[in-house]
Every structure is written in C-alpha cells, then in structure tokens.
Ligand binder design. Structure first.
Ligand code: XMP
Length: 517
C-alpha cells in the first residue's frame, strides 16, 4: 500500500484517486504524522504531495525524516519534490520565471519513472511530455546521488531521480488530467518502482469488508438512518449483505422529500433487497415545527434536531442495539481531519445525522470510510442497487426545506415536488442528467402576474438550478440548451396550477452557493 503525505495542495485527493485507479490501495494523511505512525502503516511507497508553502522560508512543512530512511521508494510532487531536495542536501530557490499551466518538458535517460512515457518528440529527437505546472520555486541544485530526469527553460531540474534509493521528484502535477501521461507515470511508480500488484478491486473489497463487518459486529444489532441518498443506501446494502437481519434501517419521511421518494426507497430496500426498514412518516411533525420559521439557519437547526429526536425514539424501540451505521465516505473523513485549518466560517450548518453518536452512546460502523464517491457508486452496483439510485444527484439533508425560500408550507412543497419532477424527467430524457452534477427546482414564494387563455394569473415562481462541479466547493451553472429550458418551462407552467413563471439561475459558486438557502 501507498502512503500519501499531504502538504495542502488542492490536488492531493486526486493523487489518491489516481493511485486507486491503478488498483493499488493508498491512504492520505497530513504531512506531520508521527514516525511511529508511518512505521506502523508499513507503506511500500510514499508520495509527498504539492502544497502552497515555500521551502525557502523557515518553519514551513517538511517530510518526517523517516520517509527517507525506510528503504522504500518516494515520489515527491511539486512542493514534495522541493522539500525532498532541500532535506536531502540540494538547494531550492525562487524561480525567476514562474510557471502556471501547460508546459513542455524534455526527459533525459535517467530514472525508470519517465522512460518511454512520451507525448511527442522534438526536432532533436528528444522525448517531450506535456505537463501541468504550478510553481514559484524550483530546485536549483540536485542533492547528492540525484540526476536530472527532465528539464525545460524555466526549470532546468523539472524532474530528478536517485535510481539507487528510488527517490523521484517531479515539479509538475501528474495527478491532474491536463498532464496527459499522468496516469501512466503514477502507474509506473506504484507498479514498477514500488512493485505493487493490482490488488485493489471492488469484488475483493466487498468480500473483505463483509468479513470485517461480521468480525466487528458479532451478534450485535445495528441501526442505520437511511436517507435514500447514495452513501447511506450503499452502506445499508453492504451491511445487510454482511449481517442480514441484525441490521435495522430507519427511514424518516420528513415531508420534504422529492416526488415518490419514500415509495422508491421502501421499494428498493424493503421489497427488493429484503432489508428491515422502519418507515416513519413524520411529515406532519416537521411541518408543524417549521410553521412561521423563515430564517434558513433556524430551519436547518429545526429539521436536524427533529430528525435526531425521531431517530432516537425509533431506535429505543429496538432491543440490544450496539452500533450506529453511517455512510461516511473518504472525502468526509479527510474533510474533518483537515477541518482545524479549513472552513473558518460556517456558511451553512450541514446536517445529516450529526449529533447522533453522542446522544445514542453507540459504537460507529462506517464501512465506506475508505472509499471515494465513484468507488461507492461502483460498490453500489456490485451490490445490486439500481443504477438510478447509485447515480442520483446529491440531495441535502434538510431536503426541500432549503429549496422553499422562507417559511415552509405543505402547499409549497407539493408545488415544488411537481416542478422538480418535470425538470429531472426532461433532463433524463435529453441526456443532460448525467452531464450535470446537481439539478433541481427551487420554490420562490413571490407572486407575479401572467396571462393564461384570456385570463389574468397571479401565481408563484419556480427557479431552475443546474450546476457542473467536481467537488461541490466551487461550481459553474450548466449551459443547458435553450430548447430544453423552454420545454421544461412550458411543462411546469402548463401542468402545475399555481405556477406561472419559471426562471433559470445563472450564478456560479462562489459567489452564490448551490442551494438557495
Ligand atoms: P451549497 O449550497 O453549500 O451546497 O453550495 C454544496 C453541496 O452540499 C449539499 N448540501 C447539503 N448536504 N446536508 C447535506 O448532506 C446539508 O445540510 C446540506 N446543505 C447543502 C448541496 O445540495 C450541494 O450538493
């Protein structure tokens, strides 16, 4: 397995993705883990990520020295290469020419890492790679034992290698797709330099995690809050495969779900997979509690608190529960580990099942903690979940509660459900559902004047939102075809009594957020 030490680059998660794609298991940890941790982890190779700091300045991050003493291959990327150079006796300086974006580098004969990996050759017959650079500093003098592996005008040492110790440094980013041969370079490192086989694959993973769940849980009972979203659904299917009826799912219908959602979730889990699911119809309670509340944060708090209370009451009815299962996935784990430095402001208080573990005094079972989103989807398919469920767009915990602006009313939720269903249906028919990361309708409780037939209307507005994003931290609005928007608008206004105007949201994130509240 590979250990990736994170120096804070925005691309670090991508390194892990690429290693996993090469069918090799890896984990991502902060650069300042203890030497004991690294020893216990027993990596067969280490990758040092990029990062925003400069090794020229004092007190900036360094790799634990043990990284270079274990006798295993090390790959330093960008900042990782610079700190490797500095720590092993080379010199790093501020580059006169900074490079951001596409660059070409010529590779030399040294080091197996880049050998024969090539995009094209130049007139002198040299092998050229098209790479993605992003750096202000550069390695100026090689550490003892190293040779230049690639160069260009801006960076005479664009890559370096110590073939004897298997230390490699590359100034460019192989993990981003702009570096065309990036995958090949990462695969070369893990397979040929670290000698790791293609051991990380989904069927094996399913078997292994089933074994682990059984060993952990024994004969105990487990409960899980099923939301119908991808993560909790896949977690439920996996745990059910492992322990069958020892798992009880609680599905709380808060009245703020999408059209037919409760029926679909019950159909898939209770009927199709024969999972024990307690269906709690709590919509009346939620609408009661939300009466007269218009502030977005107040609404989020109420919905979150009510969910916890209902979940708690339901789980108290099941005897001998020892475990609370959650669909936590690897990006959530990384996010909360890095949480001390990131996220200064609370823009929105996210709620899923926050607070539950403490109040319930249960042990946590999180079988997806090691997986990225696309791996979770692959796992879902392998477990027999329907494609529509596995490839569904994300849906926020507070549901339609944050898509009805201001006070939430049952009447508004009904109108929004219909509009949302039409929008999603048309996106699916036109093939745009897969091309967007998230799409939905928003209910605006303002009335505007329209004309229908010969009569005046005075009705509510629906806003449509569709975005494209990698990580949901930033997002672009999707350039849906006008003809598609036109069709959706026509259908919504004609089919839903109470809506006479449809608008399309063309705000990016930032400065807007994806949800309206
Ligand atoms: P924003 O609106 O902050 O949303 O740009 C980013 C992503 O997070 C989702 N979201 C939530 N997910 N619980 C969740 O599980 C929440 O409370 C919540 N609020 C927003 C949102 O749908 C988008 O995908």
């Amino acid at each position: 397995k590979i250990l990736i030490l994170d120096f804070g680059s925005q691309y670090t998660q991508l390194i892990a993705r690429r290693v996993r794609e090469a069918n090799v298991y890896c984990e991502l940890h902060p650069y300042d883990v203890t030497p004991a941790f690294i020893k216990d982890f027993a990596p067969q190779g280490i990758i040092l990520s990029g990062g925003p700091a400069s090794v020229i300045e004092k007190e900036t991050p360094r790799a634990p020295q043990i990284v270079f003493e274990l006798g295993i291959p090390v790959l330093g990327i960008c900042y990782g290469m610079q700190t490797m150079a500095a720590q092993l006796g080379g010199r790093v300086e501020n580059a006169v020419i900074r490079e951001f974006g596409y660059a070409e580098i010529a590779s030399t004969e040294h080091g197996v890492l880049l050998r024969d990996i090539v995009d094209h050759t130049d007139p002198d017959g040299r092998n050229i790679l098209d790479v993605w650079m992003s750096h202000g500093d550069k390695v100026e003098a090689l550490p003892p034992g190293f040779q230049v592996m690639a160069f260009n005008a801006a960076a005479p040492i664009a890559a370096m290698a110590d073939k004897t110790r298997h230390f490699y440094g590359i100034q460019f980013h192989p993990e981003v797709t702009h570096t065309l041969q990036g995958r090949a370079i990462i695969a070369r490192f893990v397979h040929e330099i670290c000698n790791l086989g293609h051991d990380w694959n989904m069927p094996d993973y399913v078997e292994e995690s089933i074994g682990r769940i059984r060993a952990n849980v024994g004969n105990d009972q487990v409960i899980l809050g099923l939301s119908g979203g991808v993560d909790s659904s896949v977690a439920a299917a996996l745990i059910h495969r492992a322990i069958g009826d020892q798992l009880t799912c609680v599905f709380v219908d808060n009245g703020l779900l999408r059209a037919h959602e409760a029926r679909q979730v019950m159909g898939t889990f209770a009927n199709h997979l024969a999972v024990k699911v307690i269906h709690v119809d709590a919509s009346r309670i939620f609408f009661d509690r939300l009466k007269g509340v218009a502030d977005p944060e107040d609404k989020r708090r109420i919905i979150g608190r009510e969910f916890v209370e209902i979940f708690q009451a339901e789980s108290a009815k099941i005897t001998d529960v020892r475990w609370l299962a959650q669909g936590t996935i690897y990006p959530d784990v990384i996010e909360s580990a890095g949480g001390k430095t990131k996220k200064a402001n609370t823009i929105k208080s996210h709620h899923n099942v926050g607070g539950l573990p403490e109040t319930l005094h249960l042990k946590l079972l999180e079988p997806l903690r090691e997986l990225f989103k696309d791996e979770v989807r692959e796992l879902g398919l392998a477990l027999g979940l329907p494609r529509e469920m596995v490839f569904r767009h994300p849906f926020p915990g507070p549901g339609l509660g944050v898509r009805i602006l201001g006070e939430v009313k049952y009447e508004y939720a009904e109108l929004l459900r219909q509009a949302d269903q039409i929008f999603i249906e048309e996106l699916q028919h036109s093939g745009w559902y897969e091309k967007t990361s998230q799409a939905f309708a928003v209910f605006l409780p303002v009335k505007s004047v329209g004309v229908m037939g010969d009569g005046r209307t005075y009705d509510y507005v629906i806003a449509l939102r569709a975005v494209e994003t990698q990580d949901f931290m930033t997002a672009n609005w999707a350039e849906l075809p006008y003809s598609l928007l036109g069709k959706v608008s026509n259908r919504i206004i004609n089919e839903i009594r109470g809506i006479n105007r449809v608008v399309y949201d063309i705000s990016g994130k930032p400065p807007a957020t994806i949800e309206w509240e």
